[in-house]
Ligand binder design. Sequence first.
Ligand code: C2E
Ligand code: CA
Ligand code: CA
Ligand code: CA
Length: 274
Amino acid sequence: AKREGGGRIRLFRPEMGERVLARQRDKADLRTAVTDGHLVLHYQPIVDLATSAATGAEALVRWQRPGHGLLGPGEFIGLAEETGLIVPLGNKVLAGACEQAMRWREQGRALSVTVNVSTRQLSAPAFLPSLDRVLKTTNLPPERLTIEVTESVWADGAAMRGLMEVRETGVRVALDDFGTGYSSLSYLQRYPFDVVKIDKSFTGALADTGRTAGVVRCIIDLAEVLGAHTVAEGIETQAQADWLRNAGCAYAQGYLFGRPDLPENWDAQPSVIR
Ligand code: C2E
Ligand code: CA
Ligand code: CA
Ligand code: CA
């Protein structure tokens, strides 16, 4: 404790107190964002590497925060997970993405939609019922929806059981950022996945060493053995796309094909989730 000019006792350094206050403010603002429709979904095309045509789109959440601009998920998903706000936030994202997929359908575009679901969200008992509800209200065929989880799901029994129940409804399941977390061949062969996503750290290093190319080839072969298809992330150059196609990777996403963007740049629909 430090005695100040005014005689007040400070138990924390001022910066610490400010940090606690800022966190409380962030949390309150994020809660408001979820309820008041300040979350925005951008969509990035997922293309068939054989034709470069989009077959689907990944929904990536942003926060239109008054006075702060458009924030990327790296700036608030951590806080959402710590505070439990990830559950209502995730439900908004899920509903918004399914509605968007239906709008595309109505416009004659057969795009499936892909949503990131955090392990914490998946382990909540309400996840499956809310997923069912969204599919019912939007009327989206379940096989048009893919949920993406990371390997951290394997460390959480409840989340893993939830995931397998999700898969039984016909919704597809993708393993995101494959090879960067707790990859385990034992889990991989025990639990079925429909899609394996090759992380952009591999794609970015393809040209650097033969080792990376060898590892990526193995991931593609492994996925095939397991009956999953592969989506490579972070494709920025035609050389990467060509290499991956030749190596047998079926799908890809990355700036080469399209940046995450508002759906009004895909169609003329409003993008704010309400
Ligand atoms: P992710 O699922 O691995 O998403 C891919 C990230 O790579 C996105 O970043 C995307 O903008 C970026 N990206 C796409 N193509 C390229 C490329 O060619 N080059 C490079 N350098 N980057 C590319 P973003 O949108 O900032 O999202 C970051 C992460 O936030 C996502 O990583 C995902 O884990 C998480 N996230 C996004 N939306 C949600 C959500 O609704 N719920 C949850 N739980 N997590 C989300
Ligand atoms: Ca993802
Ligand atoms: Ca990813
Ligand atoms: Ca990633």
